[in-house]
Design a binder for this molecule. Structure first.
Ligand SMILES: [Zn+2]
Length: 301
């Protein structure tokens, strides 16, 4: 997927460029890095288990092509709320594993000169992303975490229903980005009971109304393996490629605005936080060697 006009890059993806190309790009062109994250999670019979990961990658690629941000390789796995655990098709990381994974990726990419980080999540995993970005902030890494459906908030202009799971919204995005993996002949509506009434909870793609719990975190549902009819929440039968294109392009444009603002305000080489705590070998230019070693840590002859 080599693109023209990449200002010295061969690819928008960090792992498809050489190390010197990535370092030079961060130093001279753009030091904003986007980390797309998804999950390996059952998405009913009509969608692949990697759906959230593919959605994160697809949206992030569009943002990177339009803004010059570098894409960090996407980890396939994510963390999951309690009610996802034990469901066939879902492979959850523990919260601690996922927090550590995100932090290590940001620290490692910073060594190549990237100073501004945006996490684009396509999966409900704020239980780990919120902790990770604040721990990274304490260490001095400028890191913004987002979930793509925060930029959806469609309120039923494109969609008939709000976004839920393997539903109209997600299936439409799949039909736009990777139609070969979607089998609409198997799509059927589904849902669960829930332990509290649905109107307490803001749907992932809906705007908040008074009296709603914003992050709707908690043990509000029984385990999916018992609660769900067929792995779907919502109705995927009204999904279409056209809806998917509107959702993806609309969301990508909000991210483009965010990256452009950061690039305009803070030139290459500037960490908006203005500091970085030395945390060890990952941040090697903070290491001061003693008089017996040169500036690269080699023992003097
Ligand atoms: Zn999903």
């Amino acid at each position: 997927m080599l693109k023209e006009g990449l200002e010295g890059r061969k690819s928008v993806w960090f792992h498809e460029n050489s190390a010197p190309v990535n370092s030079a790009y961060a130093k001279d062109v753009c030091d904003v890095a986007i980390l797309p994250i998804g999950a390996i999670e059952q998405h009913a019979a009509h969608c692949p288990c990697g759906m959230d990961t593919f959605n994160a990658i697809g949206i992030a690629e569009k943002v990177a092509e339009k803004t010059g941000a570098m894409l960090l390789p996407c980890p396939m796995y994510g963390s999951h709320p309690h009610h996802h655990w034990g469901m066939p098709g879902t492979i959850p990381l523990t919260f601690e594993t996922h927090i550590a994974l995100l932090m290590d990726i940001v620290r490692g990419a910073a060594v190549s000169g990237f100073n501004k980080f945006i996490i684009i999540s396509a999966h409900g995993q704020v239980s780990s992303t919120i902790v990770a970005v604040h721990k990274l902030g304490i260490e001095g890494y400028f890191t913004i975490s987002s979930t793509w459906y925060d930029f959806l908030r469609d309120n039923k202009t494109v969609l008939k229903d709000y976004m839920w799971h393997a539903d109209e919204a997600e299936t439409s995005v799949g039909l736009y980005l990777y139609p070969e993996m979607i089998d609409m002949s198997l799509a059927e509506p589904g849902g669960g009971q829930g332990l509290i009434e649905g109107d307490w909870k803001i749907a992932p793609g809906a705007a908040a109304a008074p009296g709603m719990l914003y992050h709707f975190e908690g043990t509000f549902a029984l385990p999916e393996k018992d609660d769900l009819d067929n792995g779907t929440i919502g109705d995927p039968t009204s999904a279409s490629r056209e809806k998917g294109e509107k959702l993806v392009e609309g969301v990508a444009n909000h991210y483009v605005r965010l990256v452009e603002e950061i690039r305009k305000k803070y030139a290459c080489g500037i960490n908006p936080l203005g500091f970085r705590n030395p945390i060890g070998y990952n941040y090697t230019d903070q290491i001061k060697y003693d008089k017996d070693h040169d500036e690269k840590g080699r023992l003097k002859k």
